[in-house]
Design a protein around this ligand. Structure first.
Ligand code: 13P
Ligand code: SF4
Length: 358
């Protein structure tokens, strides 16, 4: 365990740095036309859609229907790397677009908007992080996928929620001390699961940190047969109650493979679309973000993921704009920690979907 007494800066965002969640309001006719245009444009532009589980269900459906892909952040990167199309259109947040570009520098990578950020990425400024790493040269630097390309370029390893525990266990077995960034809750969870010596950056996800332990216990009491599925970016009081702690893919797999019929789910509600597809007939209940201590602005839905819409996607494909640009030197350096993870994941295929054994 980390024995350092160093006081780390809290990188939580202020409320005014979190955008309001704005969903597109379109009538059925507009939706039909936009879906048709997007399908046609994807063909004309030799483009493929790569979408995260948290984006609008209609975008996930379009990706599925057009030979694209819907998955977690690691698998999105992997698919982008293997796809034949010359253009990747990433429906998600900026770090996902940057990861796709780093792995596919020869491809054009577009996003429906370049303004889709992530509080973890915003809460880990490259200069401050680099200075932190310089101050601890005896530590190996492990960063979560939810970071900028520049932060990845300062890292030794990149991990995702589905691979973090296994990678850190692997590094601990080699006697390494670890700098972890940016998510403090995931960091604490990984530290607890692995027993590694970790210095943890104090970032957080504005969506997951709003899940409430006490209210979750109350909800569980109302649904005694429900299993609780939790993403490890959630606070410890929520993780403690979980039957399964898992990445987005881990959560979907748990819903599919467990014999239970009812689940309380603590992650972005965009995931319900795939969960319902994967486990039809089962019941999924949103974990509480409100209650007496309600503070959330975008309760259980990422405001930046919500910036991806049919209109912005069609416009990007029409104009071929919103191209993700990453400096060539950063690409070269940032490739190393990502490739390390992809190689590790390939070698440990069956193991990396759940975040842990809880
Ligand atoms: P996954 O890596 O599990 O897809 O999570 C990404 C994310 O942004 C969670 O908030
Ligand atoms: Fe980032 Fe949280 Fe949004 Fe995921 S849900 S992209 S961690 S802000």
């Amino acid at each position: 365990m980390n024995t350092s007494t160093e006081k780390l800066t809290d990188y939580r965002l202020r409320v005014d740095q979190i955008p309001d969640t704005v969903e597109e309001i379109l009538n059925e006719q507009e939706r039909v036309e936009l879906r048709r245009d997007i399908k046609q444009l994807l063909q004309e532009r030799d483009a493929v859609l790569v979408a995260h589980y948290y984006v609008d269900a209609e975008l996930q459906q379009l990706a599925d229907e057009t030979g694209g892909y819907v998955s977690d952040s690691l698998d999105m990167a992997r698919f982008g790397h293997e796809a034949d199309a010359s253009t990747l259109v990433v429906c998600g947040v900026r770090f996902m677009g940057e990861t796709a570009k780093i792995l596919n520098p020869e491809k054009t990578v577009l996003m429906p908007t370049l303004e889709a950020e992530c509080s973890l990425d915003l809460g880990c400024p490259p200069d401050a992080f680099s200075a932190f790493c310089d101050a601890h040269p005896d530590h190996i630097v492990v960063v979560y996928a939810n970071t900028s390309a520049a932060v990845k370029a300062r890292a030794d390893w990149m991990v995702t929620s589905g691979s973090a525990v296994d990678v850190v266990k692997h590094l601990k077995a080699q006697g390494k001390k670890i700098i972890w960034a940016p998510d403090k809750y995931l960091g604490e969870y990984v530290e607890e699961q692995s027993g590694a010596d970790m210095l943890i950056w104090q970032g957080s996800c504005v969506v997951h940190e709003e899940f409430k332990g006490r209210e979750l216990l109350e909800l569980k009491a109302q649904h005694p047969r429900a299993k609780v599925l939790v993403h490890p970016e959630s606070p410890p009081s929520v993780i403690e109650i979980a039957d399964v702690v898992g990445s987005t893919t881990g959560i979907i797999k748990a819903a599919q493979t467990l014999p239970d019929k009812e689940f309380i789910v603590a992650t972005d509600k965009g995931i319900f679309h795939k969960m319902q597809q994967a486990a039809p007939g089962k019941v999924f209940i949103e974990a509480p973000t409100a209650g007496k201590g309600a503070t959330c602005k975008s309760c259980a839905h990422c405001p930046w993921m919500a910036m991806n819409g049919l209109k912005s996607l069609a416009s990007t494909l029409r104009l071929m704009n919103n191209e993700v640009q990453v400096d060539a030197a950063i690409i070269e350096r940032a490739k190393l920690p990502i490739k390390r993870l992809l190689d590790f994941a390939e070698a440990n295929k069956q193991k990396i979907y759940g975040a842990g054994d809880a």
